[in-house]
Design a protein around this ligand. Sequence first.
Ligand code: IMP
Length: 190
Amino acid sequence: MRKGKKAASPAFVTSNPHKFAEAERVLKQFGVIIRHARLSCPEIRGEEPAVIAADSVRRLICKVEPPFFVEDAGLFVGALNGFPGPYSAWALGKVGLGGLLRLMEGARDRRASFRSAVALFDGKGVRVFEGEARGRIAFRARGENGFGYDPVFVPEGFRETFAEMSGARKDALSHRRKALEGMARFLLKG
Ligand code: IMP
């Protein structure tokens, strides 16, 4: 889906190499080549990825050459009232996938969604692009690919977890891809 127009080459500010690899693959399809700014930026505590990402990108103005973007994502589980949501990284570090699966023991409603927000500073203003991937929590961790909660997330319409899919298949379905696509279209317009 390569577009004719060439967009400026934005930097993705992230310390997560998996996120960078996914973003690089997805954006390349739109002709947007990104740079990697390997910084970790402090995140505010909040419920909404869009609010967290917008705050993070604003803190980086004057520290990183524009255009640049950050991304915030999380897994929101319906039966757990949206937990771990903004605490996804923290919860994974504390209790791992096993902890999430234990919390879900006996839960019949296993619906969940990944949500992503990409916040871009293009030198003029901040724009936020969001994406969601709906699915359900598997009964056990399956697959070796991807990162984070991928082994326990089964996207809607599939039986495999994200971790059992190729990167290209996850890219076609993922929350991150949808948010990045919004940004790519904006950059290509501008
Ligand atoms: P953050 O956006 O770096 O705060 O990410 C929060 C956490 O959500 C990550 O550390 C991962 O554990 C999880 N996460 C975010 N995106 C994904 C994904 O695409 N697959 C699996 N886990 C993810």
